[in-house]
Design a protein around this ligand. Structure first.
Ligand code: FAD
Ligand code: UDP
Length: 423
């Protein structure tokens, strides 16, 4: 009997597996339908010996000390500040748009933040309430820069016009009046020194954690007993698409090894207006690996395929909210992560969400222990001897086999404890 069945071995599932096993002594089975751990952050050495990210570039950055110090328990870091150039009008220009971008594009010599701000203000279109991804950009830099840097890229990436997407999508990319050309300004910016997969291996390396790969949880339903489930896959799939399919945006990754030590001027080049792909990434610039050849990946947005991005727009959020309500009243299952909570989350946000879920799960259990122990002492007829033992066992929630939802009733708990003792 496992205490937890965790579906998905990405950040959400792995953080929870690690916490539950090492901090709460729980027995955990973590499964993934893929043939590896790490979820979309998985990296590996390709046939040429170059460390690449199978599912596109993953750059770690966070303002959360808690998240950074938690992950630091499983990896050393390589300091890395990400920089991106966008090809616009035949030039490679810094994105996020900054003073250098404006000077190069318009052949200007703006010297100060104030001068740059005045230039952008003169082009910006006032928008009362920034509701869409178009509003966010047009209100800061005007329509021309929006069209050159954002409209084409967004249409390609999402298959939607920025006016159809929530503000949060393009708001991820700020506008600057200084010459800071870093993609992120977070306090902590670094790459796991030996890669993400090594970090995940260390997180999951504990006798209480068993890993099963190449298995969809639906295949083992009913055959592996467990008490509670952590689900990190697509939430609509979990509920058999009861309210209809939630749209997720997909990508096709075309990896190549180039017989050249360095291919790109920076780690990532974006193509807002040319090509079918959105961006090209050179991995060695992220990982710091020394190698005579270089590994690159092109990202081609797709409507069909593995679900990579929830789509932040009102209709999708409304549909997700129906699933969310259902998820909230589904006992014994915790929904965590980018796919299960349909949020355009970065890695650090998923780690934070998983740590918060752990805190909640454990504090709920402690409350239940207190209530159950108190109730047990008030009972007139004593519980059967094997059930009346440790409060921690009595308080364990109802048992499941992979399809059911725990009832959490005392009767179910009693049955579970017996089954447990017989193991
Ligand atoms: P996932 O990593 O998707 O893990 C879910 C796992 O569940 C998967 O491994 C899946 O196989 C498994 N699963 C699903 N259904 C089932 C099932 N039925 N049975 C068994 N297993 C199942 N974030 C950053 O912070 N920085 C970046 O630079 C960055 N770049 C990104 C680039 C791309 C192209 C993408 C797509 C994402 C990027 N992200 C980045 C976001 C990052 O990938 C996610 O925040 C994070 O990996 C989400 O972790 P997760 O555990 O929620 O989901
Ligand atoms: N974006 C854009 N042009 C760019 C970079 C980003 O239009 O050169 C928009 C686009 O809609 C993209 C969003 O901003 O999907 C968020 O960009 P980010 O680089 O954060 O995307 P991710 O790394 O999550 O794919």
């Amino acid at each position: 009997m496992f205490d937890y069945l965790i579906v998905g071995a990405g950040f959400a599932g792995s953080v929870l597996a690690e916490r539950l096993a090492t901090q709460a002594g729980k027995r955990v089975l973590i499964i993934d339908k893929r043939n590896h751990i790490g979820g979309n952050a998985y990296d590996h050495y390709n046939d040429d010996g170059i460390l690449v990210h199978k599912y596109g570039p993953h750059i770690f950055h966070t303002n959360s000390e808690r998240v950074f110090s938690y992950l630091s328990g499983f990896t050393e870091w390589r300091p890395y500040e990400h920089r991106v150039l966008a090809e616009v009008d035949g030039q490679l220009l810094p994105i996020p748009i900054n003073r250098t971008t404006v000077n190069k594009l318009y052949d200007l010599d703006l010297q100060t933040d104030e001068e740059c701000d005045a230039f952008l203000q003169s082009r910006a279109e006032p928008v009362d309430h920034c509701r869409t991804s178009e509003d966010v950009v047009v209100s800061k830099v005007g329509r021309e820069l929006y069209e050159k840097f954002f409209r084409g890229y967004t249409r390609k990436q999402w298959g939607l016009d920025p006016s159809e997407l929530d503000a949060q999508v393009t708001a991820r990319v700020p506008t600057r009046t200084n010459t800071d050309d870093r993609y992120f300004t977070d306090t902590f910016q670094a790459m796991p020194l030996h890669g993400y997969t090594r970090m995940f291996e260390r997180m999951l390396s504990h006798p209480n954690i068993k890993i099963m790969l190449n298995v969809d949880y639906r295949e083992i339903m009913g055959s592996i007993p467990y008490r509670e489930m952590i689900f990190t896959g697509p939430v609509d799939q979990f509920f058999d698409y009861r309210f209809g399919k939630l749209p997720y945006r997909s990508l096709e990754f075309k990896h190549e090894t180039v017989d050249q030590e360095q291919v790109l001027p920076v780690a990532v080049v974006n193509y807002p207006n040319e090509h079918d792909y959105t961006r090209v990434t050179e991995f060695k610039q992220l990982t710091g690996q020394q190698h005579a050849k270089s590994g690159i990946v092109y990202e081609y947005p797709r409507a069909e395929g593995d679900p990579y991005y929830p789509i932040p727009k009102p209709e999708c959020t409304a549909l997700y909210n129906k699933y969310k309500e259902l998820a909230e009243i589904t006992p014994g299952v915790h929904f965590v992560g980018r796919l299960a909570t349909y949020k355009y989350y970065n890695m650090d946000q998923v780690v934070a969400q998983a740590l918060a879920t752990y805190d909640k799960v454990i504090s709920t259990k402690k409350e239940r222990i207190a209530v159950t122990t108190e109730a047990a002492t008030r009972m007139t007829s004593p519980l059967p001897p094997r059930v009346s033992v440790p409060a921690a066992i009595i308080s364990a929630s109802g048992g499941n086999t992979a399809n059911g939802n725990g009832s959490g009733s005392v009767a179910t708990r009693a049955t579970l404890v017996l089954a447990d003792d017989e193991e």
